[in-house]
Design a protein around this ligand. Sequence first.
Ligand SMILES: NC(=O)c1ccc[n+]([C@@H]2O[C@H](COP(=O)([O-])OP(=O)(O)OC[C@H]3O[C@@H](n4cnc5c(N)ncnc54)[C@H](OP(=O)(O)O)[C@@H]3O)[C@@H](O)[C@H]2O)c1
Length: 207
Amino acid sequence: MPIGIIGAGAIGQALAGRLVAAGERVVISNSRGPESLRGLAHAMGPGLRPATVAEAAVEDVVVLAVPWSRLREAIRSVDVSDWQERIVIDATNPLGPPAFQAVDLGGRSSSEVVADLVPGARLVKAFNTLPPGLLGAEPGTPAGRRVIFLSGNHAGANERVARLAERLGWAAVDLGPLAVGGRLQQVPGGPLSTLSLILERWPDRTL
Ligand SMILES: NC(=O)c1ccc[n+]([C@@H]2O[C@H](COP(=O)([O-])OP(=O)(O)OC[C@H]3O[C@@H](n4cnc5c(N)ncnc54)[C@H](OP(=O)(O)O)[C@@H]3O)[C@@H](O)[C@H]2O)c1
């Protein structure tokens, strides 16, 4: 099954590039429509199909990669009242205008807020802590694999996203439910949010 991506900016494109490089198929969308993504499709090849937001949103796994200020509008345009246990990967961060300031979430973690926008979905927060340049880079380094944090309230969905990330070459670290893990990886402020970690290969020696 292809992976749907809503948002084809820096993060959407970085993730799409890794997915396509690993042989996954991607259906990607933005606010301006598939025509505006022709250049991207040409650059990425047949693994990536430009589409409408509604087309991207019907896939089994859907990534949200739009600015926080446009998230409600993007999800509303899909017009889905029940996401029927599909996996929604939340790569967004609650930063708003005028200068990427932290948005007041009334004490909730941002992905708990996003989960309310996609009723019936199994939401997994992931791919939100690395800048596009690192997210789009080869996850394997001479020292080891770059770490991707994830969290979510549905263990099976966390597991599936972890397996996807591992298939793409990252080392997936599951931080648990959104109320705990979501806060750890939340940008801004989460203690893990600014870390770019490499999971070092275990040295070839006994303890
Ligand atoms: N940049 C980073 O360092 C970074 C790192 C981690 C996570 N994030 C998070 O990832 C998210 C995306 O960031 P970004 O840097 O990729 O942003 P970006 O480069 O500005 O791209 C935003 C994308 O969202 C699309 N979009 C906006 N409104 C939409 C709508 N109503 N329906 C469908 N698509 C819509 C835009 O399409 P159009 O151009 O057609 O409007 C564009 O493709 C944000 O929540 C951000 O906080 C960013």
